[in-house]
Structures are given as structure tokens and as C-alpha cells.
Design a protein around this ligand. Structure first.
Ligand SMILES: *Cc1c(COP(=O)(O)O)cnc(C)c1O
Length: 239
């Protein structure tokens, strides 16, 4: 086992415990997702051996390849892998086949395509709605005040092969931690408002917080933090 990943996991779990204590939260209420994008399949194996079970991958094709590599490898348990990168509608069927959750649902059209693909595969697909709370052009996600969002929220209870669990966001890169805090707080406020208005939807999950801002996300009510760099070290190819 490469001790680097083991050390990364151990250190990260320690700082999560400290952040939870400071925020008055129970660390068992926050799931740690290891973001393994750009890292080889062996990195996932090492993280699994270090006790992690939840993973995030950005691209369907990249994880297809890794999952083939993992076939036949003896693992301590089956990983739960979520798609956390943008999904094109034409890849919905493959995403349904390879992932345990799609955390980047950002349009009604995509919801319909995933629902169809899940129905064909005879399964119910868990999803999170990705909300865009930053003005950065590069970021995808639903605009919280947009019409598309309202139409999607209304349509979701009727899509029988989708199971909505909550919301996800990526905070803008900014040296000022209060920028991320404001973004996380807004996600929680939108969740509260939408949950009150759409009572058939379950929006308990708030996936927010990355290596640079997860302590703040924990203070603001995150239930799932997505850490790449903190666990695996710096990525060679930025994604
Ligand atoms: C890459 C990525 C992460 C992890 O980023 P780090 O800063 O390395 O922790 C989390 N969420 C999403 C959506 C990502 O693309």
C-alpha cells in the first residue's frame, strides 16, 4: 500500500473530526467522498483499503476504464461511485450503468434521459441537483432562480426511475473563505425553500465542500464533502 494515500486519508479524517467538533456536529452525519478523477485505479484501491467507500469521478469514460481495471481485483468492499462532472444527455445510459449516483443533474432534458435509461435498465437512479451559485462561466449547474429549475422540481416526482436525494454545488475559487461560506449558505437556503414548496421531494443531502473549503462547508451544514487533493495529493492534469 502506498503510505501516501493512507496518510492522506488518516489526516483528512482527523481534520474532519476537528472541524465537526468546532461546528458542533457529529462526524457520522457527514459522508466523505474521495474524488479520484485523474488518479489511477490503484489509488482507488488504496483508498478502499484505507477504509473509504465513497468515490467521485468526473467523466463517464474515465471511470469506465478504471472500473474495468478494478474487475478481478480483490477489494475490501464494493466502492460506491458518484458522477460529479457534467453529464451530456447522450451518455445517460452509460452513466446509469456505471455509477451509483449522478450528482450533477442540471436540466429537465437530462432528468428525462436518465429516467428513461434507468427504466430500461430496470433500476431507480439516485441523483443530486447541481446548483450554480457562482458567476464563473466555466461552472455548470441550474441557476437557482431560473425557470428550468422550477420546471425540473415540478417534474421530478413524476419521474419514477429517479430518486432525488438533495443538492450539490461547487463554490467559486476565491482566497476569501467568506465567499465559499456565502455560497454554501445559499445552497442550504434554496434547499429549505424548495423542500417546503415541493414536499414530495427528498432533499436531505447537501454535497458541498472541497479540499480548500470543506471546514466551512461543514459549518454550513454539508452532509457530503468531496475531497481530491486532500486525500490523493495534487492532480497532474487539472480537471
Ligand atoms: C475535482 C473536484 C472535487 C475535488 O477537488 P479538490 O479541490 O481536489 O478537493 C470536488 N468536486 C468536484 C465537482 C470536482 O470536480
Amino acid at each position: 500500500m502506498s503510505s501516501d494515500i493512507y496518510v492522506g486519508v488518516t489526516r483528512t479524517l482527523e481534520s474532519i473530526t476537528i472541524a465537526c467538533r468546532r461546528a458542533g456536529r457529529n462526524s457520522s452525519d457527514i459522508r466523505l467522498m474521495a474524488v479520484s478523477k485523474t488518479h489511477p485505479a490503484e489509488a482507488m484501491v488504496e483508498a478502499l483499503r484505507a477504509g473509504l467507500t465513497l468515490f467521485g469521478e468526473n467523466r463517464v469514460q474515465e471511470y469506465e476504464r478504471k472500473s474495468r481495471e478494478l474487475d478481478g481485483v480483490e477489494l475490501p468492499g464494493a466502492p460506491e461511485v458518484h458522477l460529479i462532472g457534467h453529464l451530456q444527455s447522450n451518455k445517460a445510459a452509460r452513466a446509469v450503468q456505471f455509477f451509483q449516483s449522478i450528482d450533477t443533474l442540471d436540466s429537465l432534458r437530462l432528468a428525462e434521459r436518465i429516467n428513461e435509461a434507468a427504466a430500461k435498465a430496470g433500476r431507480v437512479m439516485p441523483v443530486l441537483l447541481e446548483v450554480k451559485l457562482s458567476s464563473e462561466e466555466s461552472k455548470s449547474g441550474l441557476s437557482p432562480e431560473g425557470e428550468e429549475t422550477e420546471r425540473l422540481l415540478e417534474a421530478l416526482p413524476g419521474l419514477a426511475n429517479l430518486k432525488v436525494n438533495g443538492l450539490m454545488t461547487v463554490a467559486p475559487l476565491d482566497d476569501d473563505p467568506e465567499v465559499a461560506r456565502a455560497c454554501f449558505r445559499r445552497l442550504r437556503q434554496h434547499r429549505d425553500a424548495w423542500a417546503a414548496k415541493h414536499q414530495r421531494l427528498d432533499l436531505h443531502e447537501l454535497s458541498m465542500g472541497m479540499s480548500g473549503d470543506y471546514e466551512i462547508a461543514i459549518e454550513e451544514g454539508s452532509t457530503m464533502i468531496r475531497l481530491g487533493t486532500a486525500i490523493f495529493g495534487a492532480r497532474e492534469t487539472p480537471v
